[in-house]
Design a protein around this ligand. Structure first.
Ligand code: UDP
Length: 239
């Protein structure tokens, strides 16, 4: 933090510290799989439906099932009302979440089908796409969808020159010096492959490498919360 205009985190956390996290599965009994994942003031809910026959038929793949992800923020999830319905942002987030989850699931045993994952955000205080991914991976596991590995995600940010794990909205809005940068990341649980890496802001190559390493470490905390939730206990960290 030396030389940075952001020296002490607004909420008192160390730079490597995640917000209090909590997860549970089976939150929507009528779904094939469901889960919630919370980090600080951000909460994501994910529901899985499928595998079920994909319509229209010309979209079917005879070799494998396909994954379809839909992300949305609830109108009351932030102080200003969010306009319901699709937006450029929700389309982008749905697609990157689909690609990230595609890396860990195996739908080859379900040709011509679709697995739908619905991610909804009831509370947003930054990091909603990564919280959504954590909930979605849990919901897929809860639905019994074959998975090669688990998936855990975190947003690493930068306020002026300081790298920070699990940034909140106040940190995302930091304007002084170099301002704020956001790097949402997702890692597979065993191979530790990166299945999501986005960048909003400015970062040097060495800072990006450091941010990825911080994210990889923080995802160990996320994974533990997810695994506890799958084992039946409510997964919690710093709660
Ligand atoms: N946000 C908002 N209105 C919007 C979109 C986002 O207030 O229409 C807030 C919300 O708190 C969100 C944060 O801005 O978590 C950061 O949004 P971003 O697009 O960076 O995605 P996220 O960090 O949530 O994955």
């Amino acid at each position: 933090m030396a030389g940075s205009l952001y020296k002490k985190r607004f909420d008192g956390r160390t730079v490597n510290e995640v917000r209090p996290m909590k997860a549970s599965v089976g939150v929507v009994p009528s779904a094939d799989g469901s889960a919630t994942f919370e980090t600080g003031g951000t909460k994501a809910m994910a529901v899985v439906r499928g595998p079920r026959t994909l319509h229209p038929q010309h979209m079917q793949n005879a070799r494998t099932g396909i994954l379809r992800v839909s992300y949305g923020m609830m109108p009351f999830s932030v102080w200003d009302r969010i306009r319901p319905g699709p937006s450029r942002r929700s389309e982008e987030i749905s697609k990157v979440c689909e690609w990230a989850l595609d890396a860990v699931i195996d739908l080859s045993g379900f040709p011509n089908t679709v697995v739908d994952v619905f991610i909804q955000i009831p509370k947003a205080d930054a990091g909603t796409r990564v919280a959504g991914l954590n909930a979605a991976a849990l919901a897929l596991a809860h639905a019994g969808i074959p998975m090669k590995e688990m998936l855990s995600a975190i947003a690493v940010g930068k306020a002026d020159k300081t790298l920070l794990v699990d940034v909140d909205k106040a940190e995302e809005d930091f304007h002084d010096g170099e301002g704020a940068t956001d790097v949402p990341l997702a890692f597979t649980s065993r191979k530790k492959d990166i299945s999501l890496l986005q960048l909003d802001g400015k970062i040097s190559p060495s800072e990006l490498s450091e941010a990825i390493e911080m994210g990889r470490k923080a995802c160990e905390d996320v994974l533990k919360v997810q695994m506890d939730a799958l084992k039946g206990a409510t997964g919690e960290k710093n709660g």
